[in-house]
Design a protein around this ligand. Structure first.
Ligand code: SF4
Length: 326
């Protein structure tokens, strides 16, 4: 029996994907339902390769039954021989596989270990990995919801998204999200709090509001935006992570060098804009010499011509750090 009713509930809830792209969940589920195929795939993405993001691990550990209930709802919308995956980074796989499999029982859900690295979580690379192919992104469109794993329609949502889908189905969705708070925080960890909380309210309600001169990185520990104290009425973005930095004790050049080393290590070298762009950006950061015109040209090329999301995401942390911290 197809539980099409869930899509109407998703629409009413206003749920958006929690992997960072903020896409309305009901639209993706509707496209998945509409795609014509006798076999479909569903993936809960728990790659979580962004530094300073721990929420997916927290959900798998604390709410595995809800995650699986979310996947089951998607399976109910799919043809009979469809297959779901819980796609986990290596350390999560090692920790949670056995426990997840106990709850899964006879459902057609496989706990899958990704190859590793930031790119593993990119949705077309994820399809490649499940097909046991080279870890490289594919061109979009077509999007995986139309042409995904083995060319079949594939619904890929973040682990947190499936958790909330289960809450919505039970009528227990409280319009919350999971925030990871790290850095110079007194109470580091993952907190489930209302979606509409400002950064200030999140920090205050978790006992993490800094008593020193600080700045934040919000939305991911590499790709997140730098936020100054005067901006903390804003809401968290991206993966919902908040890293607190002590302004006095943080050298912005060292911080940026860490990010660019991360992006250079994690990119796949497939496309010139990202491969060469990150290399040139690293040169500027390493030499502590920013030529504004070249930098903006570089950002333009990265944002507009990178083959996949990784290259496009490089820009935000550097643009905000250079503007606000130097
Ligand atoms: S943007 Fe970067 S990670 Fe993506 S395909 Fe190009 S080189 Fe690879």
């Amino acid at each position: 029996m197809k539980n099409k009713n869930i899509i109407a509930k998703l629409k009413t809830s206003g749920l958006k994907g929690r992997g960072g792209a903020d896409f309305p969940t009901y639209l993706k589920w509707q496209a998945f339902l509409d795609a014509n195929s006798d076999k479909k795939y569903i993936v809960a993405n728990g790659s979580e390769g962004e530094p300073a993001t721990l929420k997916d691990s927290y959900i798998v550990k604390n709410y595995p039954a809800d995650l699986i209930a979310g996947l089951k709802l998607a399976l109910e919308l799919s043809p009979k021989n469809s297959q779901a995956f819980i796609y986990l980074r290596k350390d999560y796989y090692k920790k949670y596989k056995k426990h997840l499999e106990k709850i899964i029982g006879n459902l057609p859900i496989t706990v899958f270990r990704e190859k590793g690295g930031y790119l593993s979580g990119e949705e077309t690379t994820l399809c490649q990995e499940i097909e046991n192919k080279i870890q490289r992104p594919r061109i979009k469109p077509p999007y995986p919801v139309q042409v995904g794993i083995h060319g079949r329609p594939t619904l890929i949502n973040n682990i947190e998204t499936f958790y909330h889908v289960a809450q919505i189905a039970k009528g227990q969705y409280k319009k919350t999200r999971f925030y990871t708070i790290l850095g110079k925080a007194l109470h580091k960890g993952v907190f489930e709090l209302p979606l509409d909380y400002s950064l200030e309210k999140i920090l205050k309600s978790t006992g993490n509001f800094p008593t020193f001169d600080y700045f934040l990185q919000v939305g991911g520990g590499a790709s997140g935006e730098i936020i100054l104290p005067k901006e903390i009425k804003r809401k968290a973005t991206g993966s919902g992570s908040i890293v607190i930095y002590d302004k006095e004790k943080t050298d912005p050049w060292t911080l940026m060098l860490g990010w660019i080393n991360f992006f250079m290590k994690e990119n796949c070298d497939k496309c010139t804009p990202c491969r060469e762009g990150t290399y040139r950006l690293r040169e500027m950061i390493r030499d502590q010499k920013i030529d504004k015109k070249s930098l903006e040209d570089l950002f333009f090329v990265l944002e507009n011509t990178s083959f996949c999301a990784l290259g496009k995401m490089v820009v935000l942390p550097f643009r905000s750090a250079i503007k606000k911290l130097l």
